[in-house]
Design a protein around this ligand. Structure first.
Ligand SMILES: NC(=O)c1ccc[n+]([C@@H]2O[C@H](COP(=O)([O-])OP(=O)(O)OC[C@H]3O[C@@H](n4cnc5c(N)ncnc54)[C@H](O)[C@@H]3O)[C@@H](O)[C@H]2O)c1
Length: 390
């Protein structure tokens, strides 16, 4: 018997007399991502007004960021007359667990957080934002939050999408939700205190966008990447601004039409096919972006062997990775680990490889036919290349 529409839109009844119902509804999602230089300058209202009317704020701050910038955070809220409590949370990859999520939930409970009008503010890198985001999505099933990323990965990647998550067992981000922050405020000034290695780490995610969809971004990184690294994106050169804007824009262009990842062919998964397993097994040796980079180096070699990338382009890509002080190989890039990584990724992508590969520089395609033998040969070639070009 066909479904009949009830009075209210989206409710359908089945049977006569009614024995079943179908409920359909849509959840419109709107969130803001914007550059807000001087976000902790009391004259800048953006943070105080983000996502809500005046009220109180629970501010969850990464412990390192608190040591470096805590006084400015406190001064900001005091100067704006906004009652607040600061919760300091140690955050790094090994603390990306449900225990950290529970700590944030306890802080929310202790603060007596209002349901809608007091967005939690997360100030920190990708780990802190993913943990706070997950806590907020769970607390009363959904609590608004605002992100202030303080690392390069945070600025161009973890801070702009909809995903939250923590690691579970040996698996990266295995527990998580889609719960975008109401607003994300991007202030590159935080990068002034970030160490060189974490800047390179973020440049890997920028390079991902460049390789798979933005040739101009690749050229910019070739021209000025090393300077950006040396100057921590604080130099006068306009190139830093263009690199950040292109990276964020490119990322959002890909995320927006597929925010809930119903389509599992995702170009932004480039560099994330083998790296989740490699990163977790190498912990704490490899940072997220470093693992992404060795994955991109491997898939660049794979693409070259398939004739999708020219040998000269492959060499330029590997050379740029080195100049950005990123690793291009790791001992875990061997057939057994790579095979297991691919098996896990195929499971994650619903039974198909859907492997993003570069086509030249700045475009990509998806492959479904990678064999264990091809993978092993590419890994062996990458190992050789990494020794030759070292
Ligand atoms: N949700 C998403 O869509 C998404 C996207 C990309 C990455 N991620 C996640 O992000 C994480 C990586 O993020 P990350 O690289 O920011 O790591 P991170 O959060 O561990 O931060 C790196 C280190 O820098 C410190 N730090 C942060 N800001 C600083 C500053 N301004 N000055 C000095 N030190 C500072 C932190 O304390 C930490 O020790 C991974 O867990 C990854 O899975 C999530």
């Amino acid at each position: 018997m066909p479904a009949k529409r009830d009075d209210s839109h989206g409710l359908y009844t089945l049977g006569e007399p009614v024995t079943g119902w179908t409920v359909t509804t849509a959840l419109p999602v709107t969130y803001q991502v914007s550059f807000s230089p001087g976000v902790l300058n009391p004259a800048n209202p953006a943070l105080a007004t983000a996502g809500a009317t005046p009220g109180r704020r629970l501010v969850v701050v990464d412990a390192t960021v608190h040591a470096l910038h805590g006084h400015r955070i406190r001064t900001y809220f005091e100067a704006r007359g906004l009652p607040h409590r600061i919760c300091v949370l140690p955050a790094h990859e090994q603390l990306k667990t449900m225990d950290s999520v529970f700590r944030v939930a306890e802080a929310m409970e202790g603060f007596g957080l209002a349901r809608r009008g007091e967005p939690v503010i997360a100030v920190g890198g990708g780990v802190l934002m993913d943990v706070v985001g997950l806590a907020c999505s769970l607390y009363r099933r959904s609590t608004p939050f605002v992100r202030v990323p303080t690392t390069l990965i945070g600025l161009v990647d973890a801070g702009v999408g909809a995903k939250t998550g923590v690691n579970f067992g040996p698996h990266k981000n295995r527990l998580g939700t889609y719960h975008p922050a109401t607003a994300t405020l991007l202030d590159p000034a935080f990068l002034a205190t970030l160490d060189r290695r974490h800047l390179s780490n973020g440049l890997a995610e920028i390079l991902k966008v460049a390789l798979i969809k933005d040739r101009r971004l690749f050229d910019l990184l070739e021209q000025g990447g090393e300077t950006l690294l040396a100057q921590r994106f604080q130099g006068p050169a306009a190139i830093g601004g263009e690199v950040l804007v292109r990276a964020v824009h490119g990322m959002l262009q890909e995320l927006q039409p597929n925010l809930w990842e119903h389509r599992l062919e995702r170009s932004m998964d480039y560099g994330h096919s083998f790296s989740p397993t490699v990163e977790m097994r190498a912990l704490p040796e490899l940072l997220h972006g470093e693992a992404v980079c060795v994955d991109m180096a491997l898939t660049t070699v794979l693409a070259q062997r398939r004739g999708l990338v020219e040998p000269g382009q492959r060499d330029r890509i590997i050379e740029l990775m080195r100049r950005l002080r990123l690793p291009v190989w790791h001992p875990l890039m061997e057939p057994a680990t790579l095979g297991e990584a691919l098996t896990d990724t195929v499971r994650h992508r619903d039974g198909r490889q859907r492997l993003p590969l570069p086509v030249g520089i700045g475009e990509g395609c998806f492959a479904d036919d990678l064999t264990a033998r091809e993978l092993a040969s590419a890994a062996a070639e990458l190992k050789e290349l990494s020794c030759v070009t070292q």
